[in-house]
Ligand binder design. Structure first.
Ligand code: ADP
Ligand code: MG
Length: 588
């Protein structure tokens, strides 16, 4: 074990003189409290250490001890249902945003272990050797670490074991004996290996219409949610965590104020999973690093979170990682880098901001796992650009790496139009790939309808500008119709309250029915206007109100009501056209 002596301390960063070899990214223990740190710079015998805990009380002359290994976190069955800090040390409950100095991990949990291999079997990297079942009754796979293969020399019989007890022993090719508990350690900054990355053909179903229908993100894809203060980033990420179709949710509260995270910490344990009726927490891991916690740990927390997500992916699961907010992470990076004395780049951020963002987002993927399964990690990162300016460095660099961009708009949020995703500033690069998925899920017209909606919304923006100058009534009737239809798309389709019992999650089937019904309305309205009906008349249709309110009024259990609504529309439009023709006949 190498040692070094502290020479100087600057906040979370310290300089030390090495008395032996250290490696870059090696984990270290600092001072008498054995504070956790990591070697981030090496120059001859001069090392720079970033410390993940409060450094008050450290002084020059104290010792830094190398661990010989990179900074790693412990992955295992105890993750689900629990709350951790940025280095995966347990926090319990909402009021204990505090981890004792030097604390590595809490008392291990007890799990029922069921062996899946026998002595003499070859255990390949990533393969399953057992199953661990905790109090929730949920069975999790115990998988061989991705960098290890060997012959099973001993396997524990079925029974209750502590999470840290050895349940499997291996002999590797080169004759090493290795003991495995139900989980294993993995370095946070190293992506976990996979057999192959696959192209994604299915969207992550989020239950939010504007996302799934207009700006879908792939399962295994990456999305960013930029938005100024109060535009709804946190509410949206929480809605996705509650409603998306991932098997496991990793929720990272990164650097936001404690009270913002308190909402998540208090609310999540009370939520039930609509799919199983069980507590949602049973398939959730929360990683919390509020603004009052050490800044360096915040820098590490996004890598911890994505490593946890990959660990569940490697068990053959679909995982969604929500990070709120990557801007606070970037600020931590900036602060720590400033302490190293590095030259600041754009916005004061270090020059490697972009490559660090890439390192994070590139870990999203849908893969064939080493264990022979299919699993995915979808990454969704919130960005809080100062004064809502999307040209700032974190937003602009993130844009290079994400495929879906959900831009939250201040004006929409101020009008309490939620989710405040702006349909003209947002995009989804691989949306077209999901047309076959929608066709298989009841909406063969999805791509056509999506294009139509987006075109109407785009035209609306131009026409509104014009209408402000010449007055709406001076626009030709066809353009007045466009404005009417675009309003309907906004109100009846894109608006979706996260607090409505019926509407906070919208199934793909219901989304399809709603989308088609609005498409139908636009068709009918166009033929009515072509037949001489003035667009103003449309506002008086008695089926208009039910159409505008269908999201909050027609639940997934009453889908037949959409057909009834469609019949009403058909009837009313027929009457309207008939009356208009009769009127034309008398006048003519
Ligand atoms: P941010 O995280 O961007 O600062 P929040 O997510 O905390 O903003 O949202 C601010 C407020 O806006 C919320 O407290 C809530 O009242 C409202 N809000 C945001 N999104 C929605 C939504 N989808 N449905 C209903 N209300 C919302
Ligand atoms: Mg927030």
């Amino acid at each position: 074990m190498s040692r070094a002596l502290i020479r100087a301390i600057s906040g979370p960063v310290l300089h030390a003189t090495a008395r032996g070899p250290f490696k870059l990214r090696e984990a270290v223990e600092v001072g008498p409290q054995a504070l956790l740190g990591e070697v981030v710079r090496l120059h001859d015998d001069d090392i720079v250490v970033q410390v993940y805990e409060d450094t008050t009380g450290l002084r020059p002359g104290l010792e830094v001890v190398g661990a010989g290994l990179p900074l790693a976190i412990r992955l295992g069955p105890g993750l689900l249902g629990n709350i951790f800090d940025g280095l995966l040390r347990p926090l319990s409950g909402s009021d204990s945003a505090f981890v004792a100095p030097g604390m590595r991990r809490a008392a291990p949990g007890q799990f029922a272990f069921a062996p899946k291999v026998a002595a003499g079997d070859m255990l390949m990297a990533g393969a399953v050797y057992g199953e661990a079942t905790g109090a929730s009754g949920r069975a999790q796979r115990c998988i061989c670490p991705p960098d290890l293969t060997g012959e099973v020399t001993r396997i524990a019989p079925a029974g209750e074991y502590s999470e840290t007890a050895t349940v499997c022993a291996l002999r590797t090719d080169d004759g090493r004996a290795v003991e495995l508990a139900m989980g294993h350690d993995w370095p946070v900054r190293m992506p976990r290996p996979v057999l192959r990355r696959l192209p994604s053909t299915a969207p992550l179903v989020t239950g939010q219409r504007i996302i799934d229908c207009l700006f879908p993100v792939a399962q295994g894809g990456k999305a960013a949610v930029p938005g100024g203060f109060g535009t709804g980033k946190t509410v949206l990420l929480e809605a996705l965590a509650k409603g998306c179709n991932a098997d496991v949710i990793v929720y990272l509260g990164c650097g936001e104020r404690g009270n913002e995270l308190a909402g998540v910490l208090e609310e999540f344990p009370l939520l039930t999973d609509p799919k199983t009726g069980r507590p949602l927490m049973e398939r959730t891991v929360i990683i919390a690093n509020t603004s009052n916690m050490p800044v360096a740990a915040r820098e590490a927390s996004i890598y911890s979170a994505v490593t946890v997500a990959e660990y569940f992916r490697d068990q053959g699961l679909d995982v969604a990682l929500m990070a709120d907010s990557t801007s606070r992470w970037a600020e931590a990076l900036r602060e720590v880098s400033g302490r190293f004395g590095e030259l600041p780049g754009e916005g004061g951020y270090p020059a490697y901001l972009s490559s660090r963002l890439a390192d994070f987002y590139e870990r999203a993927a849908i893969v064939d796992t080493l264990g022979g399964d299919r699993g995915s990690v979808t990454v969704i990162g919130a960005i809080s650009p100062p004064s809502g300016d999307f040209s700032e460095p974190v937003t602009s660099h993130t844009k290079r790496y994400v495929k879906a961009f959900w831009a939250l708009d201040v004006k929409r949020a101020q009008a309490r139009f939620y989710p405040a995703i702006h349909p003209l500033q947002s995009y989804a690069e691989d949306a077209r790939e999901f047309a076959p998925w929608w066709a298989a899920n009841g909406n063969g017209d999805w791509w056509k309808l999506r294009r139509r909606f987006l075109t109407l919304l785009d035209e609306q923006a131009h026409l509104e500008r014009m209408a402000r100058i010449i007055g709406k009534d001076a626009l030709p009737v066809r353009q007045q119709l466009t404005l009417f239809c675009a309003d309907l798309i906004n109100d009846a389709f894109l608006r979706q309250s996260a607090f409505s019992e019926i509407d906070r999650v919208c199934s793909p089937r219901r989304q399809s029915l709603m989308m088609r019904l609005i498409g139908k309305f636009v068709d009918l309205a166009e033929s009515a206007v072509a037949a001489g009906v003035h667009p103003e008349r449309l506002a008086h249709l008695s089926s208009l109100r039910p159409l505008q309110r269908m999201g909050e009024e027609i639940s997934d259990a009453e889908l037949a009501r959409f057909a009834a609504l469609e019949a009403d529309l058909d009837r009313e439009f027929a009457e309207l056209i008939h009356a208009s023709e009769a009127g034309n006949a008398t006048h003519g």
